[in-house]
Design a protein around this ligand. Structure first.
Ligand code: GLN
Ligand code: ZN
Length: 769
């Protein structure tokens, strides 16, 4: 690992930084602006202050080149749509009248005008606003935001590099605008888009940009030859412009694969590549193309997606190898630090031992600087940091938290039989029918009922010591009584307790499992002004005691109808947390699965005949490269089965999925071996029912007939029509009636009316059978 000093001092940079500020100042200012309490000028000033302090933090830490333009009031893809003038026509007037108000209207919609669609940014939990393009799209350059932010940074004396979403990624992330034929391929607009990028690049150069970064993460996904050709053409065109800054093309989240030779040959001045474990193949691939002679390589060795300290020796080894492969090697984060919380030193409640293992954005920044120093000036200059890093890593590897012998022995002892129910589905279905005695087209809900202000207040009061546990629990019990009484009165067949005690479907369990950590200030942007605090899978996972049995049993004690036990599945627990980087994801999933298995078994023993294990994240966790899908699906489905296979044949296991289309993973859904699945389907007119049928899916299914994302109350005949459509694909013996998802974001009045209509629709359609 003795990296010899680089010819020139190695430099350091990051691709982007958390936008919110230490106390989520940006969120507060924007929401204040929406409510009319904060003026445009005041919001702009808050934003400018945050940018200034971010750059200052980076520069003071020793980062040589700070990013600009990565800041956003809402989303950087929406900013790119503004930059290239691709505004949906329905919003154009509003944007012209007031740019900022119009910007937020595109993001959030107004009473009369729909917003842009929002979807996940690759396999992160950040959501972007999907550009809407069509054959008639006319692009026009508006470099104002990029130029302004660059000038701000330059005026403050920083070396700055504007960061833009690249043209290929921009087009690949777009969708046909409403009214445009769905077959329209936005990539056909490339020739129209490139001159606009050229103009922005010229403007940035005129404003003083030496380098500009173009982000092309879409190139780490499987790409067709035509798409790779488009990338080649784009960077040939942009690279041969005369009036341009130096171009750095960045990729992250996975290996570049076939796109690597394309970009390596392009007449651009540098590439930024991800060299973390997930993209380790980049190293060999880079050597295979003969490196990047004459180019700058920005080496993403510090993981921008997890919260763990870096392994300095490992990174220095990689960096040492890279020195031989490019003209200049800079040290960087693997991607924008947007995906991690700001500062681990703000966490006061985390065990000091564990604290040493954590690196949020600020800590990652100093890791990058240290590595750059080690690379440029020799590892002796960072001897103290190396020793401390080695000690921290050793303390993690040797900790009882990360290595619990009992958990490891149990995982090692898992057999195939543990992951298999004692009878095949067809036989279980008969036993369950006899045991549960449900009507045809049974009605149920997905789990949560409205999380009212009173419930949230009660939880906050408990946290602040304003009420005691007994008072809080009385409040929860009262809510459960109400939820059960309502469902009985309405005539729902399989009831739920309503999840009033849960702050969040992952955090609730994380708080009760050993090895899982919650943060106090670990906010990460999910979309716009919505921030989440993902818990941390820090060590081996075990369940000290039952987590949900009390509440489910209490609910069951109030009614003769079956009450569904309600758990979050292993894949979703991982997907919405920060995962360990010191063992394969599948190992962590198996540990979580075994903890859940005990909970499932305890629920059964306490009298639950129906238990639901939610896996809404199964589809979204699918790896970016299809070559990696089989591995993922193998551990994902295995861990679900491990969690759910310990029950009797007549106990009915449900699962639930939403937030995605499922057509391409029906086989995996089947492999879960659940008895019943409920899925989001109302908005797509039961499309998923047809997809299940085409696949020959043999189990019971409840494609949702009530879109819970909207306050709209579905009418009886509307829900009945959807059910009839469902019956064309799924026979009556296997069709369930339920909403698309949980009701926690809804209010009681619409929940009541909607569920009454849903039961009436089920009765109407039953009478036709
Ligand atoms: N059981 C959960 C609920 O109803 C499921 C939530 C989800 O799928 N996102 O709230
Ligand atoms: Zn859902």
């Amino acid at each position: 690992m003795t990296a010899k000093p680089a010819a020139a001092a190695a430099r350091s940079t990051v691709h982007g930084y958390p936008r919110q500020g230490p106390n989520r100042e940006l969120k507060k200012a924007i929401e204040g602006y929406w409510k009319g309490r904060v003026s445009t000028a005041a919001l702009e000033e808050t934003a400018r202050d945050l940018r200034r302090s971010n750059w200052q933090q980076l520069a003071e830490a020793g980062i040589h080149e700070v990013p600009t333009g990565d800041f956003s009031y809402y989303d950087h893809v929406l900013d790119t749509s503004v930059m290239v003038g691709a505004l949906p026509s329905r919003h154009r007037a509003a944007v012209e009248a007031d740019a900022l108000a119009g910007y937020f209207a595109m993001a959030r919609g107004t009473q009369d005008v729909a917003p842009l669609e929002m979807t996940k940014w690759f396999d992160t939990n950040y959501h972007y606003l999907v550009p809407e393009l069509g054959p008639g799209t006319v692009f026009t350059a508006d470099s104002t935001k990029q130029v302004t932010e660059l000038k701000e940074a330059l005026a403050l004396g920083h070396t700055a590099r504007p960061v833009l979403v690249g043209p290929i990624t921009y087009l690949l992330l777009a969708k046909p605008a409403p009214g445009v034929a769905p077959g329209f391929d936005p990539l056909t607009l490339l020739d129209r888009l490139l001159p606009v990028y050229a103009e922005v690049l010229a403007d940035l150069r005129a404003a003083g940009a030496d380098w500009v970064q173009l982000d092309e993460p879409a190139l780490v996904q499987d790409r067709t030859p035509a798409e790779l050709n488009a990338a080649e053409r784009a960077y040939r065109d942009l690279g041969t412009l005369t009036d341009r800054p130096k171009l750095l093309v960045a990729s992250y989240f996975d290996r570049l694969g076939e796109a690597l030779p394309v970009l390596a040959k392009a007449p651009v001045d540098g590439l930024a590549l991800d060299f973390t474990d997930a993209a380790a193949a980049n190293l060999d691939a880079l050597a295979a193309v003969g490196g990047l002679p004459g180019k700058r390589l920005v080496a993403g060795v510090v993981n921008g997606r997890n919260i763990w300290i870096n392994d300095f020796e490992k990174s220095l080894t990689i960096l040492g190898t890279l020195l031989g492969l490019a003209d200049r090697v800079d040290v960087a984060s693997s991607c924008s630090l947007l995906h991690v919380p700001l500062d681990s030193s703000a966490e006061r409640d985390i065990d000091p031992q564990i604290h040493r293992w954590l690196a949020f954005a600020r800590q990652k920044t100093s890791e990058i600087v240290t590595l750059a120093r080690g690379l440029g000036e020799g590892t002796d200059t960072i001897a103290a940091e190396l020793a401390a890093n080695r000690a921290d890593l050793a303390s993690r590897a040797g900790s009882a938290l990360t290595r619990d012998p009992a958990v490891r022995a149990r995982v090692a002892g898992v057999t195939d039989t543990d992951g298999r129910r004692s009878q095949p589905y067809a036989e279980r279905a008969v036993a369950q029918r006899a045991h549960l005695g449900l009507p045809l087209l049974p009605t149920t809900t997905i789990g949560s009922f409205p999380q009212t202000t009173e419930l949230r207040t009660a939880r906050a009061d408990l946290r602040r010591g304003r009420i005691d546990t007994a008072a809080y629990e009385e409040r929860i019990k009262a809510e459960i009584q109400e939820v059960i009484a309502f469902q009985e009165k309405t005539g729902i067949d399989v009831l739920v307790h309503g999840e009033p005690e849960r702050n969040d479907m992952v955090q609730y369990f994380a708080e009760q499992l050993t090895g899982y950590l919650a943060t106090q200030h670990g906010w990460v942007q999910s979309y716009g002004t919505r921030y989440v605090r993902p818990p941390i899978l820090a060590g081996d996972i075990s369940r000290p005691e039952p987590m949900t049995v009390r509440w489910t049993s209490y609910a069951q004690s109030l009614t003769g109808r079956p009450v569904k036990g309600m758990l979050t599945g292993p894949v979703t627990m991982l997907a919405w947390s920060f995962v360990r980087d010191d063992q394969p994801l599948g190992d962590t999933a198996r540990q979580v699965a075994l903890a859940l298995r005990d909970e499932v078994n305890d629920l059964e023993n306490a009298g639950s005949s129906v238990i639901q294990v939610d896996e809404p994240a199964l589809r979204e966790t699918l790896p970016l490269r299809s070559a990696d899908h089989a591995d993922y699906l193998a551990w994902a489905t295995e861990s679900f089965r491990l969690a759910t296979s310990g029950v009797r044949p007549d106990t009915q296991i449900h699962t639930h999925m939403c937030y995605a289309e499922f057509g391409d993973i029906v086989q995996a859904i089947d492999d879960l071996d659940a008895d019943v699945i409920s899925l989001e389907a109302a908005r797509s007119h039961m499309q998923v029912a047809r997809e299940l049928a085409e696949h020959g899916y043999p189990r019971e299914a409840g494609p949702g007939v009530y879109d819970i994302h909207s306050p709209r109350i579905p009418g009886v005949s509307e829900a009945a029509d959807l059910l009839r459509k469902g019956l064309q694909a799924i026979p009556a013996e296997r069709l369930w009636v339920n909403p698309d998802c949980g009701l926690k974001t809804r209010d009681w009045p619409e929940t009541r009316a909607s569920l009454e209509n849903l039961v009436a629709a089920a009765r109407e359609v039953r009478s036709e059978l």
